[in-house]
Design a protein. Structure first.
Length: 345
């Protein structure tokens, strides 16, 4: 009727009918996924990245004993639904990882995704959703799941070797736009989807390690807040954790900039292009910035969006972020924040 309707950007987006994807028995959250894709994704990213994530998550749940999928169906966004192009994670559907798997743990899964166990998600409700299994079947699912985690390292190596060797999705046979589209579409499963599946499986190992440490620290009893603090302290000393190192590297570079004479006028208050030039004119800062791009140049804000240029392709994005950090009165804590929101569908 000639009116533009603005949508809410709250963690849980309710349309005019008050309905979210899924059923009233499902718990959805923006935790974790909103770090990869804050805001709405474009149709291109929804049909590629979003489906690849769903594919990898479904495959992991099938290995863990889920009976929700007769086969892998990445076009059915059951585990990672999108509402008005905003991503959510279905905690109830993921509950198969502990109700149908002897190796799973509800508190551990929720802590790895949301930063804390969720009392509002009832384990018995999740059990009714998935159905119970005999102990031996749950044990067999645990063995299959742990084997998947073990094999994920080899799968990641295969992906890295393919990328290092270089590959071409297209051949000389494609001459029209339609042929190019079909060639790229046919390559999604063998390249993008399989790469994300290997990455998700490999990343799940850290969640299992954290759950194991919690069980050891609690000595088989109830897991208390102090146990989560102990695990966080242990993980903070781990090296080679890229998601943690990028925040630390940005903080260290920001501190070095703030310790340089004239940083307020020449960096914080300057245009991004001039701030970049000023930083590169100082050898120590230029070396730190170059090292940050070498190690993390493939990252960027809203990196799941395929139309967003990485820091390596557009360094001024990173400069603008560093300007905002340096403008603060104190350096931010790099520890991850807790969950943003959990609610029923």
């Amino acid at each position: 009727g000639g009116h533009i309707r603005l949508r809410s950007t709250a963690p849980f987006l309710i349309d005019e009918f008050g309905v979210l994807p899924g059923s009233s028995s499902e718990w959805l959250t923006t935790c974790n996924i909103s770090e990869m894709c804050p805001g709405a994704l474009t149709p291109l990213s929804l049909s590629t990245f979003a489906r690849a994530i769903e594919y990898g998550m479904q495959d992991m749940c099938v290995h863990g004993g889920s009976n929700a999928f007769p086969g892998l169906m990445p076009h059915v966004h059951k585990l990672v639904p999108f509402h008005f192009s905003h991503g959510l994670i279905n905690l109830t559907a993921l509950g198969a990882s502990y109700v149908r798997n002897a190796a799973g743990d509800k508190n551990g899964m929720e802590a790895s995704l949301c930063g804390t166990p969720l009392t509002q998600v009832d384990a018995q409700e999740v059990l009714r959703y998935h159905g119970s299994l005999p102990p031996l079947r749950r044990l067999a699912n645990a063995v299959a799941f742990l084997r998947m985690l073990w094999d994920s390292a080899a799968a990641i190596d295969t992906v890295e070797r393919r990328l290092s060797a270089g590959f071409n999705l297209l051949s000389a046979n494609e001459t029209s736009a339609q042929e190019l589209y079909e060639a790229i579409d046919q390559s999604l499963y063998s390249h993008l989807f399989e790469a994300w599946r290997a990455s998700i499986h490999f990343s799940a190992r850290s969640g299992v390690h954290a759950q194991t440490m919690l069980q050891v620290l609690s000595a088989g009893g109830g897991v208390l807040p102090k146990h989560y603090a102990d695990v966080a302290a242990l993980l903070s000393s781990c090296s080679g954790v890229e998601s943690a190192e990028v925040a630390t590297s940005m903080r260290d570079l920001s501190m070095a900039i703030r310790n340089t004479v004239g940083f307020t006028a020449n960096f914080v208050e300057a245009e991004a292009e001039r701030a970049y030039e000023w930083m590169c004119e100082r050898e120590a800062l230029q070396e730190r910035f170059a090292r940050l791009l070498t190690d993390h140049g493939h990252r960027c804000v809203k990196e799941a969006e395929m139309l967003t240029a990485s820091w390596g392709l557009d360094p001024l994005q990173l400069v603008a972020t560093l300007q905002q950090i340096c403008a603060q009165s104190s350096m931010p804590n790099v520890a991850p924040a807790g969950g943003r929101g959990v609610g029923r569908a």
